[in-house]
Each structure stands twice: as C-alpha cells, then as structure tokens.
Ligand binder design. Structure first.
Ligand SMILES: [Zn+2]
Ligand SMILES: [Zn+2]
Ligand SMILES: [Zn+2]
Length: 291
C-alpha cells in the first residue's frame, strides 16, 4: 500500500477550510450518471514524430492538425496543454472502434510527421470514508466481500490504492473492476458495510494538482511558476496569515486567458471550483466505466 503522503494529488494539509467534514462531502460534485455520459468520450494524443516537422513558422501541433483535418466536421475537440505546443489532445464522444478509425484518418492525413496514441483507460476508483481503523489490504477486501455480497462478489477485482488517517477515522481509496463499481454506485445507497459501520462511498477521481502555484496538470516538483496563496491569488503567505478576500487562481487565469466568466470568490482548493470540475470531467475520459 502506498503512503498517502507521497501522492501529488492528495488534499493539502493546509487546505484553507475550517470545516474538513464539509469539504470532504463537497469533494465529488459530479453524479454517476454524469460519469457514464463522459465515459463515452475517447482521447487521441498526437505528437510530432521529430523536432520541427510542424514547420518553421509554427511549432504548434494543434494548429497544424486543424489545417489538415476538419475538426468541426468530425465532431472533434482539439486542445494542447499549456506550455506544451508539441502535444495535442483530441477528444470526441465516440466508442473505441470509432476512435481507432479516427486515429487512422489522422495518421493518413498527417503522414509520418506525427505519432498518435489512444491512452489505455484505467479502472474506476471509489473513496470510502468513516472507517473505524487502518485495515490491512487483505482484511479490508475480505470484509467488503463478505459484508456487501449483493454488490461485491468473490469475483470482484478490488485493489486498495491508499488508506489515510483523517481527524477521527480513516478513508480508503479502492480501484474496482467496472462491473463492481457500477453495482456499488447504483445499488448500495452509497454506503458499504465495514465492521459495525455503514461507510459512505464516493467516486474518486485523481487529478494532478500543484501545491506550489495551485494550478492543475503538474506537481510541485515540476512547477515553473511562482508559489501562490491557495486562498487569495497573491504570492505565497501561510493560509492562516491570509486576511485577503478569497480569490481562485485558476478561475482568474481562465477568465483572463479564455474570457470565461467564472465566479472567482472561492479558494483555489474549493472542490466546487468550475475549473476543478472541468479538469475532473476531462479525467473521466481516461476511466473505463463499462465492460
Ligand atoms: Zn505549479
Ligand atoms: Zn492569501
Ligand atoms: Zn475556481
């Protein structure tokens, strides 16, 4: 079992909320029905096969793809990561077979100048809160199977990813096969029996979040930006010393860069932040929900 402390996507120790329980319950605002809708999206990653193939006047692969294929006509959304003009991420609501056909079309149109990849989807994860103790992995899985046999069977494939101590109890993040995940989310009333407790269950979606600059998509180890206060969008000071009005760094950037009209009056770590919700929805395209 991995230590939670080593994970880049953990909740910050210094999360600027005084009510941890409330923050915990707010952390998964997206419904399971929404997850199923989003899971129909496929992703194709396109990179230049060698340097400078995209042309002297433009190294932005996103623009090169737009010139060669008709993304609107194909129903494809193209994005490139910030600070990475050499990688484009194409998204389309379609099944795996259609994604493979689209991948072949792109390869045909762009020739040998690009490499394309359809990332392998990961199994979904659940987060169980309110565990009374730090169970060993095998013990926890045996209990889950024996006490919840209407939704978790002997054949269910479960892997404990991490267990973390909270203020009064523990939480566990467990990877599930898609069939078991569906049964848990749809039939168990969002609770699983563990020992004497009926523990609440949420979907868990891992997103990379930087605790230096508060942005998504990289960790503090790879951060090239200035350290920011997660509460007020100023350069860093301890949260407990912050007396400024709440202002979300990511929503401010989105409003400036993309002309979005997000409400900015929340902390950068707020789980209801529209940028966080958008990042989480994109992460769902990499999760395999149905067998
Ligand atoms: Zn950063
Ligand atoms: Zn501040
Ligand atoms: Zn925000």
């Amino acid at each position: 079992m991995k230590s939670f402390e080593n994970r880049s996507d953990r909740c910050p120790q210094t999360a600027p909320t005084s009510n941890k329980k409330k923050s915990e319950e707010k952390s998964y605002p997206l419904s399971y029905a929404n997850a199923l809708t989003k899971s129909k999206e496929s992703i194709i990653i396109v990179k230049p096969s060698e340097k400078n193939v995209t042309g002297e006047d433009s190294t932005n692969i996103k623009e090169v793809i737009k010139q060669k294929i008709n993304p609107d006509g194909l129903g494809v959304d193209i994005n490139s990561k910030k600070n990475n003009r050499d990688e484009a991420v194409l998204r389309k609501v379609c099944d795996g077979e259609e994604a493979q056909r689209l991948q072949k079309d792109i390869e045909r149109e762009m020739g040998k100048s690009v490499n394309t990849k359809i990332p392998e989807k990961k199994n979904p994860c659940i987060k169980i809160v309110g565990l009374e103790k730090n169970y060993e992995e095998k013990e926890l899985i045996d209990i889950l199977k024996s006490q919840n046999n209407t939704v978790i069977t002997a054949e269910s494939h479960l892997t404990v990813k991490v267990t973390k101590k909270m203020v009064e109890n523990y939480l566990s993040i467990i990877e599930c096969d898609p069939d078991t995940f569906q049964k848990i989310m749809l039939k168990s009333g969002s609770r699983l029996y563990i020992g004497c407790r009926a523990c609440k269950v949420f979907e868990y979606i891992s997103v990379l979040r930087c605790y230096n600059c508060c942005q998504y998509g990289h960790t503090a180890a790879d951060c090239k930006s200035e350290k920011m206060c997660g509460k007020c969008n100023s350069t860093f000071h301890e949260h407990r010393d912050c007396e400024k009005k709440m202002e979300c760094t990511n929503c401010c950037m989105s409003n400036n860069d993309f002309n979005s009209k997000h409400d900015i009056n929340h902390s950068s770590f707020d789980f209801m932040c529209p940028v966080y919700i958008s990042v989480t929805n994109k992460a769902k395209a990499n999760i395999y929900y149905q067998q």
